[in-house]
Each structure stands twice: as structure tokens, then as C-alpha cells.
Design a protein around this ligand. Structure first.
Ligand code: RP5
Length: 153
């Protein structure tokens, strides 16, 4: 596997989630972590979500970030199909402010956990993804340590 093989897979339910997810991509780029992006809804394109999630490990992904809004089942569905850790990002919504997304994401049944950051917490999802990568990669752990040191300046 080359250095450029994506380690983080970002999936979102709609193109309309893209602007809110840009801070995630930007942060991963700042850390120098290769990632891939997929747009597919658990409800509108369930077969595509299945194929993407169930092949994630063999494509080289090690952490997944899943963003969705409203009845935000995407992260949970992805988690059902992969042994990789899934970090969910609840999208702010026009009707219920994102509380709908948040509750849909965090109330997972026992046995299928997902992590969940704040509403529109895309940047934190990237940081957490790199922290997870850092459990097995010294370089990622060092990037996070440097990031924390800069924050504290
Ligand atoms: C969810 O519904 C998406 O993740 C998005 O946040 C929300 C609205 O999607 P669109 O109707 O804008 O495609 O599935």
C-alpha cells in the first residue's frame, strides 16, 4: 500500500453536507493524512453505502467519519458493515437545529457503537480520527502532540 492510500474515509449523506464537512478535510490536510470522500445516503443509496462500508478495510481505511443530518442513520449503518471505528458528525438542520441528527446518531443499540462529535463538529472529527490513527502510528501521535502544544501557546 502506498503512502497516499487513504487512511480516513469520509462519508456524508448529501452534497448539501459538504460545506459543513470542509473543516474536516482541511484539518486532515493540515495533518498530512490521506483521506477519501464519498457522498451516499443510507436511505437513498443503501446498496452503495453497503458496498463502500463493507470494502473499507480492504481499501486501506483505518477510521471512518460519517456525517448526516435529520434522521441521521448513516454512521450507524456504516458501523454495522465494518469493524473500523466510526466517528459521526451530526449536521445542523434547518428544522430542529441538529438535535435531530445528534440523537439519531448517538442512540445506537448495544453492540454497535459510534463516536459522536458536536453538531457540525467536523474539525474535531478529523482530530479524533488522527488520535485514533495515533494509537498505532507514532507519526500521527506526534502530530496531535504538536497540535496541542500550538493550541496552548
Ligand atoms: C441527510 O438529509 C443528509 O445528510 C443531509 O444532511 C439532509 C438533507 O439532505 P438533502 O435533502 O439536502 O440532500 O440525509
Amino acid at each position: 500500500m502506498s503512502e497516499a492510500t487513504p487512511l480516513v474515509g469520509i462519508i456524508m449523506g448529501s452534497e448539501s453536507d459538504m460545506p459543513a464537512m470542509e473543516p474536516c478535510m482541511k484539518q486532515l490536510e493540515e495533518f498530512g493524512i490521506p483521506y477519501e470522500v464519498k457522498v451516499a445516503s443510507a436511505h437513498r443509496k443503501p446498496a452503495e453505502v453497503h458496498d463502500w462500508a463493507s470494502s473499507a478495510v480492504e481499501r486501506g481505511l483505518r477510521v471512518i467519519v460519517a456525517a448526516a443530518g435529520k434522521a441521521a442513520h448513516l454512521g450507524g449503518v456504516v458501523a454495522a458493515y465494518t469493524p473500523l471505528p466510526v466517528i459521526t458528525v451530526p449536521m445542523k438542520t434547518s428544522d430542529l437545529g441538529g438535535l435531530d441528527s445528534l440523537l439519531s446518531m448517538v442512540q445506537m443499540p448495544s453492540g454497535v457503537p459510534v463516536a459522536c462529535v458536536a453538531i457540525n463538529g467536523a474539525k474535531n472529527a478529523a482530530i479524533l480520527a488522527v488520535q485514533i490513527l495515533g494509537t498505532g502510528r507514532d507519526g500521527c501521535r506526534e502530530k496531535i502532540a504538536d497540535f496541542k502544544a500550538k493550541m496552548a501557546e
